[in-house]
Design a protein around this ligand. Structure first.
Ligand code: SAH
Ligand code: SF4
Ligand code: F3S
Length: 454
């Protein structure tokens, strides 16, 4: 529970600044941490130097993640000293996946850190910051399942027309390259009633599009109010019944958990957007086995065929890793072949980076940076061709666009197509938060332009 705000804290009006790295789940977590701090009497500042409390919400997925945190802490140490000279104290928290994996070590080495809080404990952030003022450095990295969602303050306002909603956390898949099972812990699904409550609050605050988040979101298996198990399909159906909620998305899915009823839902639920993020990681079966993905390239292609058979308008995005330990040139070619076959609308591609503590980090055949970089360039050139082709194919079509924010020019707004493309159009600000039909007139590599239909 958040403790009551005492009068002196309220008078002080302490400010906080949260810097967010990594995935959408971290974006969601930062929002919830911010709300917990506001409930504790803090206000948010957009200027790091002005903050009484600085939170770094870190990501551990990429190389040099820890170095980045150390260099940021170096900068913060200077700021803390300057503020101290001006008579102001600064509290520093590291949160997120680096905090979970290596936070204790970082805190030991860098005195500037007051609180280390793992992703499962951030509901305790206001109390921990207070406690650190008297007790000194505090490390909170235990796994507590649903405790945080019960303890966090009720959501009041929405930041945007489109919001994230974390429905599932953690992962039991243990892909050999990935830190998530260690930083986020075992798979856990939030109960449906809690999610419906949160969704209703967000919708009341103006949200019209919701992206359901989970490291393995299609493995969602919560319970309904009667205690019966609900899958992602049941959850999406229940959310789709909220009249003002107009669009639903979910990410990230694992190919192994893409069940028939979920594929079917893409044909029958109009609020579910025709866009699916489905990582395939590698095109070689030997590499996929070494990654412990538990599917083959043929399994993935067959899945794509079934999905497209149900909804031909659906577009796919994916994640790909190049240069996994032992990857040969021919095995990398298999990844390129997969990209040519599927034709992704969008993709995220990465050089393999050894994450300490994961099985792949100590495998034989680690590749040189030069080989990985060269393969990544070839892959990205191919991916760019496909996404450019996909965007160009949108010209002339009429898309429902949800307008989210002001554009660069006066009179212009930016919205999202069903395929998550940014769409620029000249339209009255009254269109903000609304879906309008837009005829696409031009396509760039990363966005579309269009004209609102009469
Ligand atoms: N839960 C999601 C994504 C997890 S992380 C899933 O299973 O698909 C997002 C992406 O980062 C992964 O899909 C993978 O492509 C990439 N990634 C994760 N660990 C990595 C590593 N050690 N090196 C390179 N890329 C990695
Ligand atoms: Fe990581 Fe694999 Fe789990 Fe995704 S499915 S979070 S890549 S272990
Ligand atoms: Fe990064 Fe943790 Fe997300 S490692 S990608 S912040 S789950």
């Amino acid at each position: 529970m958040t403790s009551p705000i005492n009068a002196s804290d309220r008078q002080a009006q302490k400010t906080f600044f949260i810097k967010t790295y990594g995935c959408q789940m971290n974006v969601y977590d930062s929002e919830r941490m911010g709300e917990a701090l506001v409930a504790d009497g803090y206000t948010e500042t957009a200027v790091l130097e002005d903050a009484d409390l600085i939170v770094l919400n870190t990501c551990h997925i990429r190389e040099r993640a820890v170095d980045k945190v150390y260099s940021e802490l170096g900068r913060i140490r200077d700021i803390k000293e300057q503020r101290l000279a001006a008579g102001k104290s600064t509290s520093v928290t590291i949160a997120g996946c680096v905090a979970q994996a290596e936070g204790a070590e970082i805190a030991r080495r860098v005195g500037v850190v007051d609180v280390v809080v793992g992703p499962q404990s951030y509901h305790r952030l206001p109390a921990l910051v207070r406690q650190a003022r008297t007790d000194g450095q505090i490390i909170a990295t235990e796994f507590l399942d649903n405790e945080k969602f019960d303890a966090l303050p009720v959501r009041k306002r929405a930041r945007n027309t489109a919001a994230y909603l974390t429905v599932q956390e953690g992962c039991d898949k243990f892909c050999t390259f990935c830190v998530v099972p260690y930083t986020r812990g075992a798979e856990f699904s939030r109960p449906m009633s809690q999610l419906l409550d949160e969704a209703l609050k967000l919708v009341a605050g103006g949200v019209r599009e919701m992206t359901l988040l989970g490291q393995n979101v299609n493995a969602y298996h919560g319970v309904d109010a009667a205690g019966h198990e609900v899958t992602l399909v049941g959850l999406i159906r229940a959310l789709a019944a909220i009249p003002e909620l107009e669009r639903l998305r979910y990410t990230t899915s694992h190919p192994r958990d893409m069940r028939d009823d979920l594929i079917e839902l893409h044909a029958t639920e109009p609020k579910l957007m025709p866009y699916l993020h489905l990582p395939f990681q590698a095109g070689s079966d030997r590499i996929l086995a070494a990654m412990n993905r538990k599917h083959t390239a043929a399994d993935y292609l067959e899945l794509v065929r079934r999905i497209r058979a149900k909804n031909p308008a659906l577009a796919l995005s994916t994640d790909i890793i190049v240069g996994f330990p032992g990857e040969t040139e021919a095995e990398f070619e298999a990844t390129l072949e997969m990209v040519r076959t599927v034709q992704f609308a969008q993709a995220y591609s990465f050089k393999y980076s050894a994450r300490p503590g994961t099985p792949a980090a100590t495998m034989d055949g680690q590749l040189s940076e030069a080989v990985k970089t060269e393969r990544l360039h070839r892959l990205q050139a191919l991916l760019a061709e496909a996404s450019t082709r996909f965007n160009a194919g949108c010209v002339g079509k009429i898309f429902p666009v949800l307008f989210e924010k002001a554009g660069r020019r006066p009179g212009q707004l930016i919205g999202r197509s069903p395929y998550l493309q940014s769409v620029y159009a000249d339209v009255d600000v009254a269109a903000l938060g609304r879906i309008m039909q837009v005829q696409i007139s031009a396509a760039g590599p990363n966005s579309l332009a269009g004209v609102v239909c009469a």
